[in-house]
Design a protein around this ligand. Structure first.
Ligand code: FAD
Length: 672
């Protein structure tokens, strides 16, 4: 049956990539259909219920800065918040939250159901409709044909998914969900380059059977602003007051006995006996992999993380395994506090198809089939955050393609303010971790599941969590993704930062009117001549708070004084107080970081500007590299195969040397 309505964008898959893709496209005015196996699993966390972390938190803040859902859903569902690397520089500081998985899913579902221009439909997609070299729709399991101008495929770990526990295995998309077998076969027929990867998850434990008195408690940090940086004006966005009850995590350890038990199962491990062919994530290895690779370590730390407020289920982070169940049972019970632990669900590994992202254009549209975009785990990544960021990116580019084809309804965009006229949006490596992620995938491809790290970003001093909004919200607004409330919150913060920076520059402190002991106390020594407060703030040992305490608070800005928190039964008031605390903290942080790191940041900006010309130089789409005789045969073959769109992308392809780039540049300059 042909469904009576046509759509602009169909998103297949309601995981973290699919939900952000669908929300972004719909916000931009595209008539969007989200097709997924099961409406009950929209936004489901397949593995541990946690969002953020180093590099990953940066991506979440970027999605948030552009109006995405992940950070807000985390604020609504986060039961523990921590700032990782809090004693290190701001570039590597990252927010991590433990989430209640039921609350998280509920928050995502509510956002999807209330999004104008977005339709949800529960059905497995078994086939794609293709006319010529373009996708024109998707066909479901019961034969319903949905037509659309573009399709974003976000099938996660489901394509030909196979679960392994010991030497037993069965077809599944993840535990409890069916695999996508027909769709996988169809994609293979289309000859899109693909491979197999694997990931794994630990057994889950019943908290009632854990002896927490033998474990180490790990409380949260009480983060003022939570995950979303959209400072509320008077709304419920990104606010510590909207967090549910906070609970601790716990720590136990593996020991020599645990390691012996694990080793005794190696001969029945699907990984070590060759049953699993797919490559797993090196940075998130299974416990058997850790024991095998780091044989000299006699103990590993295991975090016991609560899965929610209304369940006793615990996630033992650090013992992901596909060993046989009898070994899982023994290894769990060999650890302190877990002697009587009851396993609620066995751990397992899953193998699935992924598609070589080097065959994608820089918008994530496949080169072979027009209008077909891929995002999320299907592109060889791992992690909710990497998936969400890619989903939003693909959703934006699908919606822009629809607009360029004369479709979509800009006037209907949630923000009602879209002004961006381009037909693609491609953030640079210097603008966003999202830019780094996309560029790494399309130029380098993957040899194992890709996860984000701050070390992947060469311009990380300017790609901080704390300035994600400054880097991206204006673009989000132009694209039609950022609604009026977010825009107002962002503008308020940006204006306050700029006003305060100017104010500090205008206040001069003179050695004559500053008592010597006051100068010693705050500045560490007497000042020899007049300085303005902005200059003093550049000094590493002088904080904003210290400057504001000079001369009994003479220079303090009353607008940036943290409000006095008071006990109240009025929930709305405590939301306001929490919001103002978060606002003040965020403004002061920006003023302080901008002052202290301005020298480094300016240098990095200069570097970006110098490289920009060559980085963005477009390579002719029709160029036949085999005819560029100055290049080595290997370089010609690689360039012809992956067809980079810019010189910058070409320079990051493996096997392409700086010498090749110089020769290519000479060829282009000659106009050949
Ligand atoms: P998914 O979240 O997998 O969502 C895919 C969605 O597509 C689902 O809703 C599914 O129902 C739907 N779908 C698929 N095919 C079809 C179809 N044909 N028709 C309709 N709907 C379809 N990440 C980490 O960072 N660390 C880990 O330790 C980790 N361990 C993991 C362990 C396991 C066992 C699994 C399964 C995943 C693990 N992950 C881990 C990965 C993490 O879950 C994914 O990276 C993330 O969920 C990917 O998001 P996604 O949106 O791409 O896909």
């Amino acid at each position: 049956m042909l469904y009576p309505q046509d759509f602009d964008v169909i998103v297949v898959g309601g995981g973290h990539a699919g939900t952000e893709a669908a929300l972004a496209a719909a916000r931009m005015g595209s008539k969007t259909l989200l097709l997924s196996h099961n409406i009950e699993t929209l936004g489901q966390m397949s593995c541990n219920p946690s969002i953020g972390g180093i590099g990953k938190g940066h991506l979440v803040k970027e999605v948030d800065a552009m109006g995405g859902a992940m950070a807000l859903a985390t604020d609504e569902s986060g039961i523990q918040f921590r700032i990782l690397n809090s004693s290190k520089g701001p570039a590597v500081r990252a927010t991590r939250a433990q989430a209640d998985r039921v609350l998280y899913k509920a928050a995502i579902r509510r956002m999807l159901e209330n999004q104008p221009n977005l339709w949800l439909f529960q059905q497995a997609v078994d086939d794609l409709m293709i006319e010529g070299d373009r996708v024109v729709g998707a066909v479901t399991q019961v034969g319903i044909q949905f037509r659309a101008k573009t399709v974003v495929l976000t099938a996660g770990t489901f394509l030909d998914g196979k679960i392994h526990v010991g030497l037993n295995n069965y077809a599944a998309g993840r535990a409890g969900d069916p695999p996508a077998v027909s769709l996988s076969a169809r994609l293979k027929e289309l000859k899109l380059p693909q491979g197999r990867l694997k990931t794994g998850t630990p057994p889950r434990l019943d908290g009632r059977s854990i002896d927490f008195s033998k474990c180490i408690i790990q409380p949260g940090d009480g983060v003022p602003g939570g995950m979303s940086d959209q400072m509320p004006v008077a709304s419920f966005m990104g606010n510590v007051a909207m967090h549910p009850r906070q609970v601790p995590c716990w720590i136990t350890h593996t020991n020599e006995r645990t390691h012996d038990i694990i080793r005794s199962g190696f001969d029945r491990s699907p990984m070590f006996t060759g049953k699993i062919e797919g490559v797993g994530p090196r940075y998130c290895p299974s416990v058997e992999d850790k024991i095998n690779r780091f044989a000299d370590k006699d103990s590993h730390q295991i975090f016991l993380e609560p899965e929610g407020l209304t369940t006793h289920e615990y996630y033992p982070n650090g013992i992901s395994t596909s060993l046989p169940f009898d070994i899982q049972y023994e290894l769990v019970r060999s650890m302190a506090g877990l002697e009587n632990a009851h396993i609620l669900r066995p751990g397992y590994a899953i193998e699935y198809d992924y598609f070589d992202p080097r065959s994608l254009k820089s918008t994530f549209e496949t080169r072979q089939i027009g209008g077909l975009f891929f995002a999320g785990q299907i592109n060889g990544t791992t992690g909710y955050e990497e998936a969400a960021a890619q989903g939003m990116f693909a959703g934006i580019n699908a919606a822009l393609q629809v607009r360029a084809m004369g479709g979509g309804d800009v006037a209907l965009s949630a923000a009602g303010s879209a002004s961006y006229m381009g037909d693609t949006w491609l953030p640079g490596r210097d603008q966003a971790y999202l830019g780094v992620l996309v560029d790494d995938l399309i130029t380098k491809g993957v040899t194992e599941p890709y996860r984000m790290f701050t070390s992947r970003a060469e311009f990380r001093l300017q790609l901080r969590e704390d300035n994600a909004d400054d880097r991206l919200t204006e673009m989000g607004r132009q694209l039609g993704l950022v609604d009026d409330a977010r825009w107002a919150a962002f503008s308020r913060k940006r204006d306050a930062v700029s006003r305060e920076t100017e104010r500090l520059k205008a206040i001069w402190v003179n050695p004559r009117n500053l008592a010597a002991e006051e100068s010693e106390r705050v500045l560490g020594k007497s000042i020899e001549h007049e300085y303005n407060l902005a200059d003093l703030l550049r000094r590493p040992n002088i904080s904003y708070a210290a400057l504001m305490s000079l001369d009994h608070g003479k220079y303090a800005n009353r607008d940036l004084a943290p409000p006095v928190s008071r006990e109240t039964t009025d929930a709305a008031l405590s939301v306001e107080v929490a919001a103002q605390h978060a606002f003040v903290a965020a403004v002061v942080e920006q003023v302080e970081i901008a002052a202290k790191y301005s020298g480094y940041i300016d240098r990095q900006k200069d570097e970006v500007e110098r490289a920009a010309h060559y980085e963005n130089l477009r390579l002719p789409a029709e160029l036949d590299y085999m005819q560029v005789s100055a290049l080595s045969i290997e370089a010609r073959q690689r360039l012809n195969k992956y067809r980079p769109e810019t010189l910058g992308q070409a320079s990051r392809l493996s096997g392409i040397t700086p010498a090749t780039i110089s020769l290519l540049l000479i060829h282009l300059k000659k106009g050949n």
